[in-house]
Ligand binder design. Structure first.
Ligand SMILES: Nc1nc2c(ncn2[C@@H]2O[C@H](COP(=O)(O)OP(=O)(O)OP(=O)(O)O)[C@@H](O)[C@H]2O)c(=O)[nH]1
Ligand SMILES: [Mg+2]
Length: 301
């Protein structure tokens, strides 16, 4: 199957769009997204069962992503801060006995190990997502697109803003498992905010997301959450990797969702593109390439 996906990826990468019309631009964006998902995730994710899950912590600037990663690692492995944006390149944090996998040829990143990070996951602190209007629906940045599980961090003051909803829409499209952490929630608003956020998630097809609310608190002297405040989410992170077999199933589900999404994007481009956007040969080649992927998947499945 990966051979057929590789053919599709190369075909998409070689495509040229000689026209500048709005319709051609939309088709091009759709196909570029499909190509990027293949190149940055599906085709490069190691297929070994003992590969750790790559968990991206993402969200708007100042949400507390670096603070959460440090709290989970039990030490300062990534710099939190008051100047925005603080985190400029992805920081991968893993147990010393795990080797992180990452598309280093595509994305600059830093790596740290910490003994308190559970074996079987690589936590990725990511640079902030830009604030982008909901309707644009840009693809997730490559580092986030490469993750098997996404943690969205937001705050009680900002969770209804456009960020991170555009990337959450991407998670729903490709069925990547997501967990939402709402930080800095006033104690007396915990239930109200949880309920409201859960209803916003459900309305966007993300009702199955795991949701944590972290109470507003004073950070400890090293800038980490006091243990009891972050305990539920840190415990969950320790449970996520589970057995190798559980991890394999989770990763496979994420890869399958991404492949389905690629097929849907290419089919959509073929259906919607105006007649002159593709040459006859290109249209035929793409049609054959996705039929091949479907055929080998059916045979494998
Ligand atoms: N009092 C308090 N401060 C917090 C809390 N969470 C984060 N902060 C502070 O908020 C600021 C931003 O936190 P970071 O963890 O750096 O946020 P970030 O999401 O990594 O930000 P970027 O890297 O810019 O995307 C830091 O000064 C933290 O110390 C909290 O629960 N309580
Ligand atoms: Mg940060």
């Amino acid at each position: 199957m990966y051979d057929a996906l590789g053919v599709l990826c190369r075909l998409l990468g070689d495509m040229e769009f000689p026209f500048d019309s709005a319709s051609a631009a939309a088709t091009r964006r759709t196909l570029e997204e499909a190509q990027a998902l293949l190149e940055h995730y599906v085709l490069i994710r190691p297929r070994r069962a003992d590969t750790p899950l790559l968990v991206a912590v993402c969200g708007a600037t100042g949400a507390g992503k670096s603070t959460l990663v440090n709290s989970a690692a039990g030490e300062i492995v990534t710099t939190p801060g008051v100047l925005r944006p603080t985190t400029r390149v992805p920081v991968l944090v893993h147990h010393p006995s795990d080797t992180p996998w990452f598309p280093s040829e595509h994305v600059l990143s830093e790596q740290r190990s910490a003994v308190r990070v559970p074996r079987g996951v690589v936590l990725m602190d990511t640079p902030p997502l830009a604030s982008i209007a909901d309707t644009n629906r840009p693809a997730a940045p490559p580092a986030i697109a490469a993750a098997d599980l996404w943690i969205f961090m937001t705050t009680a003051a900002r969770y209804a803003d456009a960020v991170p909803w555009h990337v959450l829409a991407r998670a729903a499209d490709r069925r990547v498992p997501i967990t939402v952490v709402v930080n800095r929630v006033p104690t007396d608003a915990m239930t109200e905010i949880r309920t409201h956020l859960a209803s916003l998630l459900a309305a966007r097809g993300l009702g199955s997301a795991t949701l944590f609310a972290v109470e507003e608190t004073t950070l400890d002297s090293s800038g980490m959450f006091p243990t009891h405040v972050a305990e539920p989410v840190v415990r969950w992170l320790h449970e996520v990797p589970g057995e190798v077999s559980v991890r394999t199933v989770m990763a496979q589900r994420a890869v399958d969702g991404a492949i389905d999404h690629v097929l849907a994007l290419v089919s959509q481009a073929l259906d919607e593109a105006e007649v002159d956007v593709f040459g006859d040969a290109e249209r035929a080649e793409l049609g054959v390439a996705i039929a091949d992927v479907r055929a080998v998947r059916g045979a494998a499945g």
